[in-house]
Design a protein around this ligand. Structure first.
Ligand code: RB5
Length: 150
């Protein structure tokens, strides 16, 4: 399942991506917002991340830049969120970082570009190997205030 959420700046792109996913018969779920009335992006990032944390599901968060959504998402355990402005960023976010949440900036990319990024995000597998230990360090950093110097 792919969960999508957006603030007022991202709602139009979110709705377009939901139509795109439905056309491809990819299961998806809309976690709001559903109007262009101003809302606070942390509320929607939090809602989506709480929904997918600890599952195999993926998330897509959309705000004006993708930055605010990603800052919130990456505070939450089991969430690895990456902003992508092109398919290459989405590719490496999956291959190297095992990102489970994609953040998009509706004021920075058009719907066609967003579709290509989303295709890449959903179709690319994590590489594993040497990246496993690095992800384990990210989890460890999430549990402690400081790390010994490398
Ligand atoms: C809303 O104006 C804007 O700040 C928000 O969508 C997002 O870009 C924040 O990072």
């Amino acid at each position: 399942m792919v969960y999508l959420a957006a603030d007022h700046a991202g709602v139009t792109l979110k709705d377009a991506l939901i139509v795109y996913l439905q056309q491809q018969q990819i299961p998806c779920s809309d976690l709001g917002t559903n109007t262009t009335d101003a809302v606070d992006y942390p509320d929607y990032a939090h809602r989506l991340c709480n929904t997918i944390a600890g599952t195999e599901n993926r998330g897509v968060l959309i705000c004006g830049t993708g930055i605010g959504m990603s800052i919130v998402a990456n505070r939450l355990t089991d969430i690895r969120c990456a902003v992508a402005l092109n398919p290459e960023m989405a590719y490496f976010a999956r291959r190297h970082n095992n990102a489970n949440v994609l953040a998009l900036g509706a004021r920075l990319i058009d719907a066609e570009c967003a579709q290509h990024i989303l295709d890449t995000f959903l179709s690319t597998e994590f590489e594993g190997g040497r990246h496993e230990a690095r992800l384990a360090k990210i989890d460890y950093i999430g549990m402690v205030a400081t790390l010994p110097a490398p």
